[in-house]
Design a binder for this molecule. Sequence first.
Ligand SMILES: C=C(O[C@@H]1C=C(C(=O)O)C=C[C@H]1O)C(=O)O
Length: 96
Amino acid sequence: MSAIPELERLRASIDNMDAILLHTLAERFKLTQQVGVLKAEHDLPPADKAREARQIERLRQLSVESGLDPAFAEKFLNFIVAEVIRHHEKIREGQE
Ligand SMILES: C=C(O[C@@H]1C=C(C(=O)O)C=C[C@H]1O)C(=O)O
């Protein structure tokens, strides 16, 4: 039996999941952009390390519960947050 139909079925679901991830990320960035504007208006610093530490702790816990590598979850969050902070700095400088 050919593996192709099963491979195509799995890849179609993977494509759907990728779309969900991307749309979810886009909605998250809409929210963080609003936080960036609020911070710039009130002269608050772009990064909040205490908040990030709480998010990492929470996501590490959720990862264990859902069978995901907690180290990966932490790296993934850090990657996204770094991009968010880059945007916040730009908003602060009036470039966004
Ligand atoms: C969005 C915020 O700004 C930064 C980005 C965060 C994020 O992307 O979740 C979290 C903390 C901050 O370093 C915030 O302070 O809530």
